[in-house]
Design a protein around this ligand. Structure first.
Ligand code: FES
Length: 935
């Protein structure tokens, strides 16, 4: 047993004796995943920074990616798969499920194993002890406080968790209840399959060669040495791939699968290799010889627009490197400023932040030559758009491209478009006739990026002495990087969402998205909106101070009302923004704290909201945006829901099942989600723009109503009533006015099946017309519904070190009907913690050659459990007429208020306003020094 470089080691893994041959560089993680098939242990960074690979080795938690397998011969290893016994979850696992500590679930196995090691030595840990033990385990989805509670209360398992119910005017049986996530048991036991966990027979490993230069002409590529390397099966370069450009917005398709003649950023894809294993593929990349002619690069948005700057793209429509221009003017802005009693203007600067999902992007393709068709497994947020782009670029009908979305370990916008991995794995599989798996390394995740655009924002607001906004003038320059990605939409969203929160009678927005030789920016949670909202909320506080008004009061006098057409023609129906302001004022103790805290402590408010799905699809299409099929099982005892939506951690699978159960009158557990597989599930446009709750939910409800429409006549005939007199609930169909009269759902379904064959309901959702105006760009920013929210942040600033500690967040949101309070609050908490990172620590940095300087999770600092503040989240009563059961979005809107609330709290604490993100200790100290110098 074992090759020439291999040695045999013996391990006891989850109580079983295992013997494996390992190579000198194999890590324990490699052995567990690849040789023993224990894929519950996740690969997140390969550098020991994320903790997703944590296992227990001889009683101690270790990051298995840092442990050489050969060095642990004879060791005892415990992995997530060994924690549950006889099919029963360990109480610690049950506690994670019941307390809502799981979202995408990619960090969960490592987190649970680190926690298991803790409770093995200290069964009753304090919160601080939990924080210390889990300090090396990162989670990008949640707010950490549910993880802390799950570990502290592990003995109780699921017991002792009082399911939360969202109160509202309407009575529901499943909607509004805290059902534990349907996918949580699989995620907490390690059985949930993510794309990288999939192993197919004869599968090859694919890798990408990327540009080391920010801007260069590709003179020649010599692949002969690499091709001669034993184990290399295929190599492709730009000449081997389609001449069809791809991207997101049809007006700006500007990317080739592999560079044809130019590379435009460090990381631009140049060639791809398929080989028998990762080591061979990596060695092959080293042997590919590329001759570049280095060209001058532009790394700054303003330099890129200057006369004579090198052009990133030569097309005349992109003169001065301007990729997107937005010029919007609504109302009489000059008159508005004339009517103002106070006018302030200020430059604000955002930062380039990156989504950093814990799961690296992965794609597997398997070409079937007998059918001329391909199956792609991808960790994508947008299965349909991926299918569409593959279809365009490969010039294949969509029917020949089958997309399967396994579990996705977080996306936040970073997985919302087709990638080079998806395309190249298909090409390589077609050439080799074997399945090809490709995974980004953690550094490649940063290089591929599609993170948040850095915005330079000049904002001017006028208000009356009573605080009424009279005019707003906003200009944003967005540093877009080398390609368009979602950037056209970002440039519009940045300005278009400003008038949705407050009544603004006159508004001008100038947006310029600029190409630079940096990784392309795309859609990140809140998509273009958080930075302008940070600017707006900061300047509004500055104006409030100038006119002597309380920050909450100035927001209240301007707050949006229901049933409003905004100045830029957006259609707002439900709006309980004022209720969120009242709520956070009360629960944060605002009136007793604002302006009354000692130097170094502060409290601040920020507000914001977001669309509940885009009113128009990304490409022109008459397809409904969401489509669903409910298939009732033949015995009538359950149903399967089919929808091509993307569960990426946000919990959409669970709430769609809840909505189906509610409409059918069944229990939540009666309905199973079918695979997200384009061969069986109908199109849903995917997880972006916070669209699934409203759009997917409406399609699911319609499908359930369709089932009811087929069943009610059967029951009505039996009971001698009209179908319209019937209702569903408690697994029965009954007479609404006489609930004791009815029929079991299963009995009715069986009768239908016996007489008619399969019982299937279908539904779809198409946004209503006239959601926006008829000017250029009026479609971007339209939505059937908008969320609204307010967040109060309390901080402590160390005046010696400049370090900011977030103490507490009090958040209230209007998201319409809350379908599931457990997942809802989990989303809010995760947004807040992500926002904390954006404001305080996160910033993608570049060296002078345009290379990402901190492309790892050690130097790019996302919040850890040690940074987790206390968060109190509330949903105010609200009902959106266009939403299913009155629901609208929460996942992105809850991030938007965070930036302004922290910035305003820091100002309250130190009396100096910092207008550039991130607000690092250095910037705090510099601001304090500048104030002292001014006297
Ligand atoms: Fe922790 Fe997604 S649940 S990274």
């Amino acid at each position: 047993m074992g090759g020439p470089m291999e040695r045999v080691i013996h391990l006891t893994v989850n109580g079983d004796e295992r013997t494996v041959a390992v190579r000198p560089n194999d890590t324990l993680l490699d052995v567990l995943r690849s040789k023993l098939g224990l894929t519950g242990t996740k690969r997140g960074c390969d550098l020991g920074d994320c903790g997703s690979c944590t296992v227990i080795l001889d009683g101690e938690p270790v990051k298995s990616c840092l442990v050489l397998a050969a060095a642990v011969d004879g060791a005892k290893v415990e992995t997530i798969e060994g924690l549950s016994a006889d099919g029963q979850m360990h109480p610690l696992q049950a506690s994670f499920v019941a307390r809502g500590a799981i979202q995408c679930g990619y960090c969960t196995p490592g987190m649970v194993m680190a926690a298991k090691a803790l409770i093995d030595r200290n069964p009753d840990p304090s919160a601080d002890e939990v924080k210390e033990a889990l300090g090396g385990n990162l989670c990008r989805c949640g707010g950490y406080q549910r993880i802390i509670a799950s570990v502290q209360h592990w003995r109780e398992g699921a017991a002792g968790v009082e399911p939360e119910t969202q109160e509202g005017d309407r009575e529901y049986q499943v909607v509004g209840k805290s059902c534990p996530r349907s996918d949580a048991p699989a995620k907490v036991t390690g059985s949930a399959v993510f794309t990288e966990d999939i192993v197919l027979p004869e599968m090859l490993c694919g890798r990408l060669l990327t540009s080391p230069h920010a801007h260069a002409r590709v003179v020649s590529i010599d692949t002969s040495k690499a091709a001669a390397l034993p184990g290399v099966k295929a190599i492709i370069t730009g000449k081997d791939v389609s001449d069809v450009l791809y991207g997101v917005s049809p007006a700006r398709y500007d990317e080739y699968v592999l560079a044809k003649d130019r590379v435009r950023f460090v990381g631009d894809e140049v060639a791809a290799v398929a080989a028998v294993d990762e080591a061979t593929a990596s060695r092959a990349l080293e042997l590919i010889e590329v001759e570049y002619e280095v060209l001058p690069a532009v790394l700054d948005a303003f330099e890129a627009m200057a006369d004579g700057a090198p052009l990133v793209h030569d097309h005349p429509r992109f003169a001065s490197n301007i990729n997107t221009r937005v010029d919007h003017d609504f109302g009489d802005i000059d008159k508005g400023f004339e009517e103002a009693d106070a006018v302030l203007e200020q430059r604000f600067v955002g930062n380039f932040v990156y989504q950093s999902p814990m799961e690296p992007h992965c794609s597997i393709a398997q070409w079937d030559h007998s059918k001329g068709a391909v199956t792609v497994w991808s960790s994508t947020q947008v299965p349909h758009y991926l299918q569409k782009q593959l279809s365009r670029v490969l010039e294949l009908p969509m029917a020949k491209i089958r997309i399967i979305r396994p579990y996705v370990g977080g996306g936040f916008g970073g997985k919302a478009e087709a990638t080079a991995l998806d395309f190249c794995s298909v090409y390589l599989s077609k050439i080799t006739g074997r399945p090809v798996k490709m995974v980004y390394t953690r550094e490649e995740m940063f290089l591929h990026s599609r993170g948040r655009h850095k915005q330079y924002m000049d904002l001017k607001i006028g208000v009356t002495k009573d605080g009424k906004i009279t005019a707003v003038d906003f200009t944003s320059i967005l540093d877009g990087g080398a390609y368009t990605s979602f950037g056209v939409i970002t440039a519009y969203y940045a300005g278009f969402m400003i008038p949705t929160l407050y009544h603004i009678p006159s508004y001008r927005y100038v947006g310029r998205r600029v190409y630079t030789n940096k990784p392309p920016c795309g859609a990140m949670r809140g998509h273009g909106v958080p930075q302008p909202r940070f600017a707006f909320e900061s300047l509004l506080d500055m104006l409030a101070e100038q006119i002597g008004m309380d920050p909450i009061d100035i927001r209240m006098v301007n707050a949006m009302d229901p049933n409003t057409r905004t100045v830029n023609d957006l259609d707002v129906l439900s709006c309980e923004f004022k209720a969120t302001l009242d709520d956070v004022r009360e629960r944060s103790g605002w009136d007793g704290k604002r302006g009354r805290l000692p130097l170094g402590k502060g409290i601040g408010i920020g507000c914001g909201g977001f669309v509940s799905g885009a009113g128009y699809p990304i490409y022109r299409s008459s397809f409904p945006h969401s489509n669903a099929i409910l298939r009732i099982l033949e015995d009538g005892e359950g149903a399967t829901l089919l929808i091509g939506a993307a569960e990426i951690g946000q919990g959409c699978e669970t709430i769609l099942l809840q909505m189906a159960a509610e409409a059918l009158g069944l229990d939540f557990t009666d309905i199973t989600m079918g695979d997200c597989d384009s061969a069986i599930a109908p199109i849903d446009l995917g997880s972006y723009s916070s669209r699934v709750t409203l759009m997917g939910g409406n399609a699911v409800k319609m499908a359930a109503d369709d089932v009811n429409r087929k069943l009610y006549p059967i029951v009505a005939r039996e009971l001698g009533c009209e179908p319209e007199a019937l209702a569903s609930g408690g697994r029965r169909i009954y007479v609404r006015e006489a609930p004791h009269l009815g029929m079991e759902f299963a009995q009715a379904a069986c009768r239908y099946f016996s007489a008619n064959g399969p019982l299937v309901g279908t539904g779809y959702y198409q946004p209503p017309p006239n959601l926006g105006g008829d000017f250029k760009g009026a479609t971007v920013g339209t939505s059937p519904a908008f969320s609204f929210g307010s967040s109060v942040c309390e901080v402590e600033v160390d005046l010696e070190t400049g370090k900011v500690k977030i103490v507490r967040f009090t958040d209230a949101h209007d998201s319409g009907t809350v379908i599931n309070p457990l997942t809802y609050h989990g989303q809010v908490e995760g947004s807040i913690v992500m926002g904390v990172g954006e404001v305080l620590t996160e910033d993608v940095l570049f060296d002078e050659g345009g290379r990402v300087a901190n492309g790892n999770l050690h130097d790019y600092l996302i919040p850890s459990i040690a940074d987790a503040p206390e968060i109190v989240s509330t949903a105010v009563p609200s009902y959106e007429p266009r939403g299913p059961f009155g629901a609208k979005e929460v996942g992105e809107g809850s991030m938007v208020p965070v930036l302004g609330s922290i910035a305003n709290a820091i100002y309250d604490a130190i009396g100096v306003r910092i207008t550039e993100l991130p607000i690092t200790p250095e910037r705090v100290l510099e601001a304090l020094r500048a104030r002292r110098a001014k006297g």
